[in-house]
Design a protein around this ligand. Structure first.
Ligand code: OAD
Length: 251
């Protein structure tokens, strides 16, 4: 494995930053064994595209199929553990003067790693809510329906995630936008930067004068606009960066 080298301007910018904001996407959890969205699905679900399953219309038409897909994704999350990329962000939260973590992921791995403040733009797959009334509820342990039913009104339960065509939780989005506008260093980690409004955040940060650093093994629409690009898997790049900036040993 070639050691990751962090360019000096990146080290300087991060070391001098007063407020570091990090936006993460599915790529940061890839090394924990959770497939990203835009890589081919495998096994049982290979015949569907996520866009055919993660919509209110899909749930209305095929509630059982959509619930089962989420059950499969939940089972992957239950087996997964945070990787060195997640752990480096815990160190960053501890070492930066101010730090805001914004994620598009629904897997809860940032919290499992130990980050204390996480803005979840797309919800959390482990929670369920009533399809009709929207309140967060846990399915009754003896409920064998697929999907399980709301214990209060009997409607279907759905995962508490944002589907295509739905709006993001407004308070979470507002907090993410405010942090973005105040950031002096903004990281975009493991996201294809194609799903809005999350994809707008690095561009907003740039237009407010932040030093924007992309961490991704592949090119994205952000790449030509980033102040710096660190090519490689987050699980290698982020620990190398923490080490280079703060001289911290790997977690
Ligand atoms: P994508 O699947 O679109 O993109 C994953 C990105 O991670 C790609 O750019 C990969 O190159 C990169 N990647 C892969 N392995 C990596 C690694 N080890 N380290 C760093 N990067 C790596 O996932 P998102 O951008 O998160 O929304 O997708 C955004 C949203 O689209 C998701 O939150 C979800 C989906 O539809 C909703 O469900 C609303």
């Amino acid at each position: 494995m070639t050691p990751i080298s962090i360019p000096e301007p990146v080290i300087e910018a991060v070391r001098n930053a007063q407020h570091i904001v990090v936006l993460t996407g599915a790529g940061i959890s890839a090394e924990s064994g959770i497939p990203t969205f835009r890589e081919a699905q495998t096994g049982l679900w290979a015949q569907y595209r996520p866009e055919e399953l993660a919509t209110p219309e899909a749930f209305q038409r095929h509630p059982e199929r959509v619930w089962k897909w989420y059950e499969w994704r939940r089972s992957l999350v239950r087996q997964a553990a945070p990787n060195p990329g997640h752990l480096a962000l815990v160190q960053m939260e501890r070492l930066a003067p101010r730090f805001t973590l914004i994620t598009q992921n629904v897997d809860g791995l940032h919290q499992a790693a130990g980050n204390r403040h996480v803005l979840e733009l797309h919800g959390n797959i482990m929670r369920s809510r009533c399809w009709r009334e929207g309140r967060i509820v846990a399915p009754a342990p003896d409920d064998t329906h697929i999907p399980p039913r709301c214990p209060h009104c009997g409607a279907f339960l759905r995962p508490d995630v944002v589907w295509f065509g739905e709006t993001l939780p407004p308070d979470v989005l507002a907090a993410a936008e405010q942090a973005t506008n105040e950031a002096d260093v903004f990281f975009s980690v493991g996201t294809s930067t194609v799903v809005y409004p999350a994809a707008a955040l690095p561009f907003e940060a740039r237009s407010h004068g932040a030093f924007v650093i992309e961490v991704n093994p592949a090119t994205t629409p952000l790449t030509p606009h980033a102040s710096a690009v660190l090519r490689g898997p987050a699980g290698q790049v982020l620990p190398a960066l923490v080490q280079a900036v703060w001289n911290e040993a790997r977690a």
